[in-house]
Write a protein that binds this ligand. Structure first.
Ligand code: FES
Length: 147
């Protein structure tokens, strides 16, 4: 007696139903698991964070770098590199580099910061941006940590 090994329509639909049920459960369970066990991101990294090769940021431009939970802004000013936390000191919006204004701008409430020292030029921020130290080691620019 020869057994028919072809997949019947009914078995295929049952198989498809199980796949869709498993996908649905994963789609619901994934965010729940992520909520209770979030990825471990340090507030401020304990180790230096690489930015890129030395000299990779042209004068007048900036690079955004992930720095722990928040981004950092590394700017190559006409007076050298400066790096700051990109978190505005007003209500924690993320600041951006404006290459035309040559200022650091917070889009939320029009806060403006000086790229040379992070001080407030105008707007509601109560204090300067947090400075992040930077250094070059073996041709790579790092921010944070110790040299
Ligand atoms: Fe930046 Fe208000 S959050 S100016």
């Amino acid at each position: 007696m020869v057994e028919d090994k072809t997949l019947s329509r009914r078995s295929f639909l049952k198989f498809l139903q199980k796949i869709l049920a498993a996908t649905g459960i994963a789609a619901i369970a994934g965010p729940i698991v992520a909520y209770f066990w979030p990825t471990q991101l340090e507030e401020v990294p304990s180790e230096p964070v690489p930015v890129g090769p030395e000299g990779s940021i042209p004068v007048g431009e900036a690079q955004v770098v992930r720095y722990g939970r928040y981004p950092a802004l590394v700017i190559n000013t006409s007076e050298g590199l400066r790096s700051y936390s990109a978190v505005c000191t007003h209500f924690a919006c993320i600041v951006k580099w404006d290459p035309e204004l040559k200022q650091i701008v917070c889009p939320c409430h029009e806060g403006f910061f000086d790229p040379l020292d992070g001080s407030v030029i105008s707007g509601p921020p109560p204090r300067p941006l947090d400075v992040i130290p930077h250094f070059v080691k073996n041709g790579t620019l790092f921010i944070g940590g110790e040299a």
